[in-house]
Design a protein around this ligand. Sequence first.
Ligand code: SF4
Length: 360
Amino acid sequence: MSEITHRSKTRPVKVGPYTIGGTDQVIVQSMTTTKTHDVEATVAEIKRLEEAGCQIVRVACPDMRAAEAIADIKARINIPLVVDIHFDYKLALKAIEGGADKIRINPGNIGRREKVEAVVKAAKAKGIPIRIGVNAGSLEKKYLEKYGYPTAEGMVESALDHIRILEELDFHDIIVSMKASDVNLAIEAYEKASKAFNYPLHLGITESGTLFAGTVKSAAGLGVILHKGIGNTLRISLSADPVEEVKVARELLKSFGLLSDAATLISCPTCGRIEIDLITIANEVEEYISKIRAPIKVAVLGCAVNGPGEAREADIGIAGARGEGLLFRHGEIVRKIPEDQLLDELKKEVDILAKAHEEK
Ligand code: SF4
């Protein structure tokens, strides 16, 4: 196999206003948990996801009621809508007609050639892409028989089968996911996929678990993959409120410098020198800056002994002192603030910086 195709060298594929692939940008996705035919509930959840920083949202489309709801949902949301379909080409056609910005369907599972052609023709007419979703847990029998169990090789061969069907119909707006719940398998599968074809990759560790365990597992697996330069869009899969998936995804991308519109919190690990209720303050600041869409670094430190110096890279920060706090910028102390006003003063300073960034 050849070298890894870096994310910026992948084929650019348009999804609504976004381009997935062809750049270093990694787009954040999530999936609704509501019944898709319940338009009110689905739209409300999508709005919460959008506010949290979700850039593209996916809905399940298990039946015609769901497919028929796509047009109504689409009319009421601001971010691109991906419709997830298994097998039934009529659902795909209905979703495309309803304005889906992308569909997730495996062409090899649709059935007769004319059904595949109908879906591809409709997608082409609307200029929307198709995501092929390879999943270790539902790998085709022939690859399970060939390898004895789900392997990265089998997953890549499965992806190539689906890709070939679309390419034969001259369809190239393809995005591929290679999900597995086993972290090592997922890493290997994505690595092999990035060498086997240059279509953009949608990352995910599937069935990763609850908020805590799933976050660790996803960060471990996707962290390795992102670090290799692989992945153009991602969804963190958690057994939790999907807003948490978006928060984790953004934090993960931030860790790799792959998110340009987010504020970062630097908080000290605390030790016996601590002079303020740092844990409460740090959590409140984290919540506050999650809504800030500017690359500001905010520090919250327990004491002034090592504090400001430890966080020189921070644009703004506070450090505890006895009964008060110190406000500092880039390691330099600006002024003293009584402890009960620390948080409010810091928030004001963050707002000023965010505004200045907006005006740039
Ligand atoms: Fe300890 Fe102060 Fe460093 Fe926090 S900033 S870890 S309280 S020395």
